[in-house]
Write a protein that binds this ligand. Structure first.
Ligand SMILES: *[C@@H]1O[C@H](CO)[C@@H](O)[C@H](O)[C@H]1NC(C)=O
Length: 334
């Protein structure tokens, strides 16, 4: 019996180990980024490899990549603020909204703070060519406490697909298709990291405001990685396209971009256990699902018509007792 258990454990461990660890070159802050706002609230470590963004009564803070990138792999290990964080949003995203106001592209990780005892929720989203009326949000609960240790969050963006990763696990893949047209991000983007007060938006549709008695709220970033083709914002988009194609071909051929069977299985497992909202099942907002949504009947039954996971399943799939998801939230909670 004991041996049997050990054997089962070994098999499990073996399966997990099959997922190759993301191992990319990291950079110092100075090499790739520049302060964006709330300069006094940006605290860099002595070795310049870790940067903390603070939100206090006076301001939030943020940094931005010094260059724009035409496709790439954007990654950081992040530790989120703990305790009472309602209304606090930490965002890690690529965007060109400051360059193309009306037809911007964007890929987001958004971490939505919560009242004490309720876990942070993570949202991924994408926009292409100004598709702001077509939010493509997905939300997940994390299988760990994101406030006690650093965990890696990564965005892979190629001409073929967008993949979001939590640690080494791909959690969402959107393959480019002709039907998506301009909704698939296509123009060079900057990488941004910010912490800000989203009292009116983030937690239960603004029911809870940031309570600064619990501040300052500190989000720390390390293992900073920016792989991709740098593009000059002035000459863009014509600059360096041949060069960028070569850089991207190398990225596409690398372990990061190859979707192995192990990765697909890990992604399916993560989504089965951790996804609590999907725009693909939100028929209230989108009666006709988007072309990239492969609606699986067995999966759809787990979600309500507003795209949220049914409560019974939330309970069963809770990642761990202290990280139990809260009450089902309303679609308006976006
Ligand atoms: C992006 O939007 C503009 C208008 O806002 C349109 O002219 C252009 O064709 C679109 N590009 C793509 C790739 O769909």
């Amino acid at each position: 019996m004991g041996t049997y258990r050990l054997l089962a454990l070994a098999v499990l461990v073996g399966t997990a180990a099959a997922l190759q660890a993301i191992n990319v070159a990291t950079v110092e802050f100075e090499e790739g980024y520049t302060p964006l706002f709330g300069f006094d609230n940006i605290v860099r470590s002595a070795d310049d490899r870790t940067v903390s963004l603070l939100l206090d009564r006076s301001t939030g803070s943020g940094f931005v990549s010094s260059s724009m990138y035409q496709h790439g792999f954007f990654s950081a290990s992040i530790k989120l603020p703990s305790d009472y964080t309602a209304g606090v949003v930490v965002a890690f995203y690529v965007s060109n909204g400051d360059v193309f106001e009306k037809r911007h592209d964007e890929l987001d990780f958004e971490f939505l703070g919560n009242i004490r005892g309720k876990p942070w929720r993570v949202q991924t989203n994408m926009y292409g060519n100004g598709s702001v009326s077509r939010g493509r949000e997905e939300r997940y609960v994390l299988p760990f406490d994101p406030t006690t240790e650093f965990h890696r969050y990564s965005i892979l963006w190629t001409r073929a697909a967008v993949v979001f990763f939590v640690d080494d696990v791909p959690v969402r893949e959107v393959r480019r298709s002709a039907a998506m047209a301009g909704d698939f991000p296509s123009k060079p983007m900057f990488l941004y990291a910010t912490v800000w007060d989203a009292s009116t938006w983030a937690t239960s549709g603004g029911r809870y405001s940031v309570n600064y008695r619990y501040g300052p709220f500190v989000a720390s970033f390390t293992d900073l990685a920016l792989l991709g083709c740098r593009v000059d914002p002035i000459q863009m988009p014509s600059s360096g396209s041949a060069e960028c194609t070569a850089v991207e071909d190398a990225l596409l051929a690398s372990d990061l971009a190859v979707m192995t069977l192990e990765k697909q299985q890990a992604m399916r497992r993560f989504r089965e256990h951790n996804m609590v909202y999907s725009y693909c099942y939100d028929t209230l907002r989108y009666p006709v699902p988007f072309p990239e949504c492969s609606v699986v009947d067995s999966e759809r039954r787990r979600f309500k018509g507003n795209g949220h996971l049914r409560l019974a399943l939330r309970r069963r799939h809770r990642p761990r007792p202290e990280a139990r998801p809260g009450r089902p939230t309303r679609a308006a909670d976006m």
